[in-house]
Write a protein that binds this ligand. Structure first.
Ligand code: MN
Length: 215
């Protein structure tokens, strides 16, 4: 997703802090981006500061092989590197609420693999609302281009050797509690209106190109 290496730099939001109103208010988004996300960036850099060999790796490279890292930094990279990766994809996958729906190859794959957009949405909502505790619900594609929904706990990522993330929704309470209090389902309902389907579709099409058999 990102080619950068250590020291990682927090990315600005690709829209204004109030761009996602009324689904996400500016206070919620400001705390989420400026405090929570930036802390993961700082902690990831701190974890890598004494490991020059690991500083050459991109974030997906670090996360795809956690057990191959020095034991002393495995937990810190898993939690904080995952925190950086997940939040960058989350913030980048939203836009102002204009009620888009998927198009192109991704729309066709959703119909093929879930039956319909409606059925996908129902399953995605169930994964997000039903995730116990803190974590994420994901739409991912495998190496055959087949889509599936998965959940991860804490800041864990799906197996990046096998799957390409297409979309994800943050269901940590810090993502919604200021505005929605305990009403996670209402937040998730709103999130569907924020999905940037153009970017998600591009990620899926790039992935199809990457896994296409070479002659
Ligand atoms: Mn978060």
């Amino acid at each position: 997703m990102r080619a950068e290496v250590y020291p990682f730099v927090a990315r600005p939001l690709p829209y204004e802090y109030d761009a996602l109103v009324p689904v996400l208010d500016a206070e919620t988004l400001t705390f989420h981006h400026d405090k929570h996300y930036k802390t993961y960036v700082d902690n990831l850099n701190n974890a890598l500061s004494d490991y020059p060999e690991q500083q050459k790796k991109s974030l997906p490279e670090l996360l795809a092989d956690i057990t191959g890292l020095p034991a002393a930094i495995q937990t810190a990279v898993r939690n904080n590197g995952g925190g950086v990766y997940n939040h960058e994809l989350y913030f980048d996958s939203m836009r102002e609420p204009v009620g888009q729906e998927p198009a192109g190859a991704l729309a066709e794959a959703i119909e093929r693999d879930f039956g319909s957009y409606r059925q996908w949405k129902e399953q995605m909502k169930q994964a997000a609302v039903g995730k116990f505790g803190s974590g994420w619900a994901w739409l991912v594609a495998d190496k055959d281009g087949v889509l599936s929904i998965t959940q991860t706990s804490n800041q864990d990522v799906p197996d990046l050797k096998e799957y390409m993330p297409i979309l994800l929704v943050d269901v940590w309470e810090h993502a919604y509690y200021l505005q929605y209090k305990n009403r996670r389902a209402d937040y998730v309902d709103g999130w569907f209106e924020l999905i940037n389907w153009r970017k998600a579709g591009k990620r899926y099409e790039d992935w199809l190109e990457e896994i296409r058999p070479r002659k």
